[in-house]
Design a protein. Structure first.
Length: 198
């Protein structure tokens, strides 16, 4: 019996790397949704609720073109002292984010959802807390010289698997959540849905 087909509704290199390393077979097709417009309709929702809603929306966006197919959507968002941060719009904006993060704790919310034919069959959200060390302007400039534009595609302006690890004094939470997807719950759900062997 052949395994259930899976589509990853993402262009995220870190999410693909996680699934690849875990031995998951899938096809990656980025979802095209207006995240900001969707968020505007989620006034009052908590960060994990927003991350889950965006995960579901990304997956659902592909269900019309790929009916009866299981689609995995995932999203991450960053909150620092109650303020939401999106991906930086420019290198200068990235520097502004890093200056704001300096000496504070980043709350990183990562979520994932499995959707088929516009029905969410499973979803999960997790949180990691990353203590940012005091960052000098010199370090921020050096960091962006090395890491831009790659970190421009990330909500926290870092790749933990690269030089971004130098931003932090401590990390509390699951490493996969920090990378952008709660992988262990995802793998459990994929086993339940017949994508992976039990």
């Amino acid at each position: 019996m052949s395994a259930e087909k899976l589509i990853l509704a993402s262009k995220s290199a870190s999410r693909r790397a996680m699934l690849d390393a875990a031995g998951v077979e899938y096809e990656a097709i980025p979802a095209d949704i207006d995240e900001r417009a969707l968020e505007d309709g989620l006034t009052g929702a908590s960060p994990p609720e927003i991350a889950e809603a965006l995960s579901v929306a990304k997956a659902a966006a592909l269900t019309r073109v790929h009916p009866k197919t299981l689609i995995l959507g995932s999203d991450s968002l960053v909150v620092v002292e109650g303020k939401r941060f999106d991906k930086p719009t420019s290198r200068e904006n990235a520097a502004e984010h890093l200056r704001y993060f300096s000496g504070k704790t980043i709350e990183l919310h990562s979520a994932a959802a499995l959707v088929r034919d516009d029905v969410c069959e499973w979803s999960n959200a997790d949180i990691a807390r990353l203590q940012v060390r005091d960052l000098s302007d010199g370090f921020i400039e050096h960091y962006l010289e090395r890491e831009w534009p790659e970190v421009g595609y990330t909500v926290g302006v870092f790749r933990i698997e690269a030089m971004g690890v130098q931003l932090f004094d401590a990390v509390e939470g699951d490493q996969f959540t920090v990378l952008g997807m709660p992988l262990l719950p995802v793998l459990g759900a994929l086993r339940e849905h017949g994508v992976l062997k039990t």
